[in-house]
Design a protein around this ligand. Sequence first.
Ligand code: NAD
Length: 259
Amino acid sequence: MHLPLATSLAGKRGLVVGIANEASIAAGCARAFFAAGANLAATYLNDKALPYVRPVTDSLGCKLLLPCDVRIPGQLDAVFERIRTEWGQLDFLLHAIAFAPADDLHGRVVDCTAAGFALAMDVSCHSFLRMVHLAEPLMTAGGSLLTVTFYGSERVVAHYNLMGPVKAALESAVRYTAAELGPKGIRANAISPGAIRTRAASGIDRFDELLAAEAAAAPEHQLVDVDDVGALAAFLVSDGARRITGTIIPVDGGQHAIA
Ligand code: NAD
Protein backbone atom coordinates (compact mmCIF):
# COMPACT_ATOMS: atom_id res chain seq x y z
CA MET A 1 0.00 0.00 0.00
CA HIS A 2 1.31 3.44 -0.94
CA LEU A 3 0.75 6.12 1.68
CA PRO A 4 -0.33 9.58 0.53
CA LEU A 5 2.50 12.11 0.86
CA ALA A 6 0.23 14.79 2.29
CA THR A 7 -2.46 14.13 4.86
CA SER A 8 -5.74 13.28 3.16
CA LEU A 9 -8.99 12.65 4.97
CA ALA A 10 -11.04 12.44 1.77
CA GLY A 11 -14.03 10.16 2.33
CA LYS A 12 -13.56 10.05 6.11
CA ARG A 13 -16.26 11.02 8.59
CA GLY A 14 -15.40 12.48 11.97
CA LEU A 15 -17.10 13.74 15.10
CA VAL A 16 -15.66 16.79 16.86
CA VAL A 17 -16.64 17.38 20.50
CA GLY A 18 -15.33 20.51 22.22
CA ILE A 19 -15.88 23.56 20.03
CA ALA A 20 -16.82 26.47 22.32
CA ASN A 21 -15.82 29.19 19.83
CA GLU A 22 -13.32 29.85 17.03
CA ALA A 23 -10.43 29.93 19.53
CA SER A 24 -11.06 26.38 20.81
CA ILE A 25 -8.49 23.67 20.24
CA ALA A 26 -11.36 21.63 18.75
CA ALA A 27 -12.01 24.46 16.25
CA GLY A 28 -8.37 24.40 15.10
CA CYS A 29 -8.59 20.63 14.70
CA ALA A 30 -11.92 20.83 12.85
CA ARG A 31 -10.44 23.35 10.41
CA ALA A 32 -7.53 21.00 9.71
CA PHE A 33 -9.84 17.97 9.30
CA PHE A 34 -12.00 19.94 6.84
CA ALA A 35 -8.97 21.23 4.91
CA ALA A 36 -7.84 17.61 4.51
CA GLY A 37 -11.21 16.66 3.03
CA ALA A 38 -13.14 15.14 5.96
CA ASN A 39 -16.91 15.29 6.49
CA LEU A 40 -17.63 16.53 9.99
CA ALA A 41 -20.27 16.29 12.68
CA ALA A 42 -19.91 18.45 15.77
CA THR A 43 -21.57 19.18 19.10
CA TYR A 44 -22.34 22.29 21.14
CA LEU A 45 -22.73 22.45 24.91
CA ASN A 46 -26.10 24.24 25.12
CA ASP A 47 -28.22 27.02 23.57
CA LYS A 48 -26.01 29.70 25.16
CA ALA A 49 -22.96 28.27 23.37
CA LEU A 50 -24.66 27.72 20.00
CA PRO A 51 -24.17 31.27 18.56
CA TYR A 52 -20.40 30.88 19.07
CA VAL A 53 -20.19 27.33 17.74
CA ARG A 54 -22.41 27.58 14.66
CA PRO A 55 -20.26 30.11 12.74
CA VAL A 56 -17.30 27.74 13.09
CA THR A 57 -19.19 24.62 12.01
CA ASP A 58 -21.07 26.41 9.19
CA SER A 59 -17.76 27.53 7.70
CA LEU A 60 -16.69 23.85 7.63
CA GLY A 61 -19.79 22.58 5.85
CA CYS A 62 -20.78 20.65 8.95
CA LYS A 63 -24.36 19.43 8.48
CA LEU A 64 -24.69 17.57 11.77
CA LEU A 65 -24.51 19.96 14.74
CA LEU A 66 -25.97 18.35 17.83
CA PRO A 67 -26.38 19.37 21.49
CA CYS A 68 -24.15 17.54 23.95
CA ASP A 69 -23.55 18.23 27.61
CA VAL A 70 -21.94 15.00 28.81
CA ARG A 71 -23.49 15.53 32.26
CA ILE A 72 -27.02 15.23 30.84
CA PRO A 73 -28.04 11.57 30.68
CA GLY A 74 -28.86 10.45 27.16
CA GLN A 75 -27.41 13.40 25.21
CA LEU A 76 -24.19 11.65 24.23
CA ASP A 77 -26.09 8.50 23.27
CA ALA A 78 -28.38 10.63 21.08
CA VAL A 79 -25.36 12.10 19.24
CA PHE A 80 -24.05 8.67 18.31
CA GLU A 81 -27.51 7.39 17.44
CA ARG A 82 -27.91 10.31 15.02
CA ILE A 83 -24.53 9.56 13.47
CA ARG A 84 -25.57 5.93 13.08
CA THR A 85 -28.79 6.86 11.27
CA GLU A 86 -27.16 9.58 9.09
CA TRP A 87 -23.81 7.99 8.30
CA GLY A 88 -23.96 4.40 9.54
CA GLN A 89 -20.24 4.60 10.21
CA LEU A 90 -17.62 6.78 11.91
CA ASP A 91 -13.91 7.01 11.06
CA PHE A 92 -12.60 9.32 13.76
CA LEU A 93 -13.53 11.13 16.94
CA LEU A 94 -11.98 14.13 18.69
CA HIS A 95 -12.71 14.53 22.42
CA ALA A 96 -11.50 18.02 23.43
CA ILE A 97 -13.46 18.84 26.58
CA ALA A 98 -12.56 19.42 30.20
CA PHE A 99 -14.15 20.91 33.28
CA ALA A 100 -13.41 21.27 37.00
CA PRO A 101 -15.42 23.28 39.54
CA ALA A 102 -13.61 26.58 40.22
CA ASP A 103 -13.32 26.13 44.00
CA ASP A 104 -11.68 22.73 43.60
CA LEU A 105 -9.50 23.84 40.68
CA HIS A 106 -8.14 26.89 42.48
CA GLY A 107 -7.26 25.16 45.74
CA ARG A 108 -4.59 22.62 46.63
CA VAL A 109 -5.07 19.15 45.16
CA VAL A 110 -4.97 17.68 48.67
CA ASP A 111 -7.97 19.84 49.62
CA CYS A 112 -10.26 19.06 46.67
CA THR A 113 -13.71 17.72 47.49
CA ALA A 114 -14.87 14.26 46.51
CA ALA A 115 -17.71 15.83 44.52
CA GLY A 116 -15.39 18.24 42.68
CA PHE A 117 -12.92 15.48 41.89
CA ALA A 118 -15.69 13.19 40.65
CA LEU A 119 -17.21 15.90 38.43
CA ALA A 120 -13.83 16.84 36.92
CA MET A 121 -13.10 13.16 36.24
CA ASP A 122 -16.55 12.55 34.80
CA VAL A 123 -16.53 15.45 32.31
CA SER A 124 -12.82 15.40 31.46
CA CYS A 125 -11.94 11.70 31.53
CA HIS A 126 -14.82 9.22 31.82
CA SER A 127 -16.65 11.06 29.01
CA PHE A 128 -13.80 9.95 26.72
CA LEU A 129 -14.43 6.31 27.63
CA ARG A 130 -18.17 6.76 27.12
CA MET A 131 -17.52 8.22 23.67
CA VAL A 132 -15.15 5.38 22.83
CA HIS A 133 -17.80 2.86 23.93
CA LEU A 134 -20.39 4.47 21.66
CA ALA A 135 -17.98 4.95 18.74
CA GLU A 136 -16.72 1.36 18.70
CA PRO A 137 -19.75 -0.21 16.97
CA LEU A 138 -19.68 2.57 14.33
CA MET A 139 -15.98 2.08 13.54
CA THR A 140 -16.62 -0.98 11.42
CA ALA A 141 -13.72 -0.18 9.10
CA GLY A 142 -11.32 0.72 11.92
CA GLY A 143 -10.97 4.20 13.31
CA SER A 144 -9.00 6.78 15.21
CA LEU A 145 -9.84 8.23 18.63
CA LEU A 146 -8.18 11.41 19.84
CA THR A 147 -8.22 13.37 23.07
CA VAL A 148 -6.30 16.37 24.40
CA THR A 149 -4.12 16.36 27.51
CA PHE A 150 -1.48 18.57 29.17
CA TYR A 151 1.95 17.89 30.68
CA GLY A 152 0.61 18.89 34.09
CA SER A 153 -0.38 15.20 34.18
CA GLU A 154 3.26 14.12 34.56
CA ARG A 155 4.89 17.04 36.34
CA VAL A 156 3.59 19.55 38.83
CA VAL A 157 2.64 22.74 36.98
CA ALA A 158 1.76 25.66 39.25
CA HIS A 159 -2.01 26.34 39.33
CA TYR A 160 -2.91 23.32 37.15
CA ASN A 161 -3.86 21.58 40.41
CA LEU A 162 -6.76 19.11 40.22
CA MET A 163 -6.53 18.83 36.42
CA GLY A 164 -3.12 17.14 36.83
CA PRO A 165 -4.45 13.86 38.26
CA VAL A 166 -7.46 14.04 35.93
CA LYS A 167 -5.26 14.29 32.82
CA ALA A 168 -3.04 11.49 34.14
CA ALA A 169 -6.14 9.26 34.26
CA LEU A 170 -7.14 10.39 30.76
CA GLU A 171 -3.72 9.45 29.38
CA SER A 172 -3.95 6.02 31.00
CA ALA A 173 -7.46 5.61 29.53
CA VAL A 174 -5.96 6.26 26.09
CA ARG A 175 -3.41 3.47 26.54
CA TYR A 176 -6.02 0.94 27.70
CA THR A 177 -8.35 1.97 24.87
CA ALA A 178 -5.55 1.45 22.35
CA ALA A 179 -4.83 -2.01 23.72
CA GLU A 180 -8.46 -3.09 23.93
CA LEU A 181 -9.61 -1.79 20.53
CA GLY A 182 -6.38 -2.36 18.59
CA PRO A 183 -7.52 -5.80 17.36
CA LYS A 184 -10.45 -4.04 15.62
CA GLY A 185 -8.12 -1.59 13.87
CA ILE A 186 -9.21 1.25 16.16
CA ARG A 187 -6.39 3.51 17.36
CA ALA A 188 -6.34 5.89 20.34
CA ASN A 189 -3.92 8.75 20.99
CA ALA A 190 -3.70 11.95 23.00
CA ILE A 191 -2.24 15.24 21.85
CA SER A 192 -0.48 17.24 24.56
CA PRO A 193 -0.34 20.90 23.49
CA GLY A 194 1.56 23.64 25.20
CA ALA A 195 -0.53 26.34 26.85
CA ILE A 196 -2.96 28.17 24.52
CA ARG A 197 -5.25 31.06 25.43
CA THR A 198 -8.78 29.57 25.23
CA ARG A 199 -11.91 29.89 27.31
CA ALA A 200 -11.11 26.80 29.39
CA ALA A 201 -7.56 28.06 29.95
CA SER A 202 -8.93 31.28 31.43
CA GLY A 203 -10.10 29.15 34.39
CA ILE A 204 -6.48 28.40 35.35
CA ASP A 205 -5.03 30.91 37.85
CA ARG A 206 -2.15 33.08 36.56
CA PHE A 207 -2.35 31.59 33.07
CA ASP A 208 -0.37 34.52 31.62
CA GLU A 209 2.61 33.48 33.74
CA LEU A 210 2.36 29.95 32.34
CA LEU A 211 2.32 31.31 28.77
CA ALA A 212 5.38 33.48 29.49
CA ALA A 213 7.25 30.56 31.10
CA GLU A 214 6.46 28.28 28.15
CA ALA A 215 7.62 30.82 25.57
CA ALA A 216 10.85 31.27 27.53
CA ALA A 217 11.43 27.49 27.79
CA ALA A 218 10.59 26.48 24.22
CA PRO A 219 13.67 26.15 21.96
CA GLU A 220 12.26 28.57 19.36
CA HIS A 221 10.61 30.73 22.06
CA GLN A 222 7.30 30.43 20.21
CA LEU A 223 3.93 29.59 21.72
CA VAL A 224 1.72 26.94 20.17
CA ASP A 225 -1.61 27.83 18.52
CA VAL A 226 -4.72 25.80 17.74
CA ASP A 227 -3.71 25.37 14.09
CA ASP A 228 -0.47 23.69 15.22
CA VAL A 229 -2.59 21.23 17.18
CA GLY A 230 -4.94 20.80 14.21
CA ALA A 231 -2.08 19.85 11.88
CA LEU A 232 -1.07 16.98 14.17
CA ALA A 233 -4.68 15.96 14.80
CA ALA A 234 -5.36 15.68 11.05
CA PHE A 235 -2.28 13.49 10.62
CA LEU A 236 -3.20 11.26 13.57
CA VAL A 237 -6.66 10.48 12.20
CA SER A 238 -5.26 9.84 8.71
CA ASP A 239 -4.10 6.51 7.28
CA GLY A 240 -0.54 7.84 7.42
CA ALA A 241 -0.66 7.34 11.20
CA ARG A 242 -2.01 3.79 10.93
CA ARG A 243 0.70 2.33 13.19
CA ILE A 244 0.56 5.10 15.80
CA THR A 245 -1.59 4.22 18.80
CA GLY A 246 -1.50 4.39 22.59
CA THR A 247 0.72 7.47 22.41
CA ILE A 248 0.78 10.88 24.09
CA ILE A 249 2.29 13.31 21.58
CA PRO A 250 3.44 16.80 22.61
CA VAL A 251 2.88 19.84 20.39
CA ASP A 252 4.62 22.30 22.65
CA GLY A 253 7.37 23.93 20.63
CA GLY A 254 9.83 21.44 22.12
CA GLN A 255 9.65 22.69 25.68
CA HIS A 256 9.15 19.14 27.03
CA ALA A 257 12.76 18.47 26.03
CA ILE A 258 14.14 21.26 28.21
CA ALA A 259 14.96 20.64 31.91
P1 NAD B 1 -12.35 25.54 25.25
O1 NAD B 1 -12.98 26.28 26.38
O2 NAD B 1 -12.34 26.20 23.94
O3 NAD B 1 -12.99 24.09 25.10
C1 NAD B 1 -13.41 23.34 26.22
C2 NAD B 1 -14.67 22.62 25.79
O4 NAD B 1 -15.14 21.76 26.83
C3 NAD B 1 -15.82 23.59 25.46
O5 NAD B 1 -16.29 23.37 24.15
C4 NAD B 1 -16.89 23.21 26.47
O6 NAD B 1 -18.20 23.35 25.97
C5 NAD B 1 -16.54 21.75 26.71
N1 NAD B 1 -17.21 21.22 27.89
C6 NAD B 1 -17.05 21.59 29.19
N2 NAD B 1 -17.93 20.92 29.95
C7 NAD B 1 -18.63 20.10 29.12
C8 NAD B 1 -19.70 19.18 29.31
N3 NAD B 1 -20.23 18.95 30.52
N4 NAD B 1 -20.18 18.51 28.24
C9 NAD B 1 -19.67 18.73 27.00
N5 NAD B 1 -18.68 19.61 26.76
C10 NAD B 1 -18.17 20.28 27.81
O7 NAD B 1 -10.85 25.21 25.75
P2 NAD B 1 -9.67 24.33 25.09
O8 NAD B 1 -8.44 24.85 25.69
O9 NAD B 1 -9.83 24.29 23.62
O10 NAD B 1 -9.93 22.90 25.73
C11 NAD B 1 -10.02 21.72 24.95
C12 NAD B 1 -9.19 20.61 25.60
O11 NAD B 1 -7.81 20.94 25.48
C13 NAD B 1 -9.45 20.38 27.09
O12 NAD B 1 -9.42 19.00 27.35
C14 NAD B 1 -8.25 21.05 27.74
O13 NAD B 1 -7.95 20.50 29.02
C15 NAD B 1 -7.19 20.69 26.72
N6 NAD B 1 -5.94 21.46 26.78
C16 NAD B 1 -5.95 22.81 26.74
C17 NAD B 1 -4.75 23.50 26.78
C18 NAD B 1 -4.75 25.03 26.77
O14 NAD B 1 -3.72 25.61 27.16
N7 NAD B 1 -5.78 25.69 26.29
C19 NAD B 1 -3.53 22.83 26.87
C20 NAD B 1 -3.54 21.44 26.90
C21 NAD B 1 -4.76 20.76 26.86
